[in-house]
Design a protein around this ligand. Structure first.
Ligand code: GTP
Ligand code: MG
Length: 199
């Protein structure tokens, strides 16, 4: 599968203000600073279509990217960032929840965790919800360029155990720096798009 003609469409700050056209949407979810926007750019072959920052909390809106007029990629704000005022956290939470629970166009999720660390409490909560949603989910553990090859198998088991996932769950290590794992993500996307009710 090839990703053609990506373009940024809109940033949404308020629940419900999503694009009105009906196209399948695949969302990128994960805690703040985990590397969602970087992963999106890597898949799009773009350097900075999605904004990247070394400071957590960069993406504060839901950002929609139109891919070849066929589907949308959706960059969600990161959850679990401690250093923002409670009121802002609440607003992000409400926005993310509204999108995840009320968006019929959403057909699949790429859930991102950090390859180096144990999943956080928020990661566990998010995955628990995703399990009940019935949506196809791929779990990717990013920044794998930062861990040695010998640690991978153990870390994969550890992450899958902590998240209480079945063995057959879609999983891949990825790196936005080296593009490792890109092929597996594209394969997941293709499968999800092929089996989508929305075309
Ligand atoms: P928020 O928008 O704040 O939720 O963050 P985000 O999840 O979109 O993360 P972002 O893509 O902005 O990346 C955060 C930091 O991690 C940046 O400094 C990136 O350069 C770095 N980063 C992202 N992916 C990788 C990766 O695969 N490998 C390495 N080494 N660094 C990465
Ligand atoms: Mg981001």
């Amino acid at each position: 599968m090839k990703i053609n003609n990506p373009r940024f469409v809109t940033s949404v700050f308020k629940p419900g203000k999503y694009p009105t056209d009906i196209k399948p949407e695949i969302a990128f979810s994960g805690r703040s600073n985990v590397g969602k926007s970087s992963l999106l750019n890597m898949i799009l072959n773009e350097k900075k279509l999605a904004k990247i920052s070394s400071k957590p909390g960069r993406t504060q809106s839901i950002n929609f990217f139109n891919i070849d007029d066929k589907f949308y990629f959706v960059d969600l704000p990161g959850y679990g960032f401690a250093r923002v005022p409670d009121k802002v956290k609440e607003e992000w939470g409400r926005l993310i929840n509204d999108y995840l629970f009320n968006r019929p166009n959403l057909i699949g999720i790429i859930q991102i965790v950090d390859a180096r660390h144990d999943p956080t409490k928020d990661d566990i909560m998010m995955i628990d919800w995703l399990k009940t949603s019935g949506l196809p989910v791929m779990l990717v553990a990013t920044k794998v360029d930062k861990i040695g090859k010998s640690k991978r198998a153990k870390q994969q088991k550890n992450i899958i155990n902590k998240l209480d996932l079945p063995e057959e769950f879609y999983f891949s290590f990825v790196s936005s720096k080296t593009t490792e794992g890109k092929g597996k993500i594209l394969q997941f996307l293709q499968e999800v798009l092929n089996s989508s009710r929305i075309k």
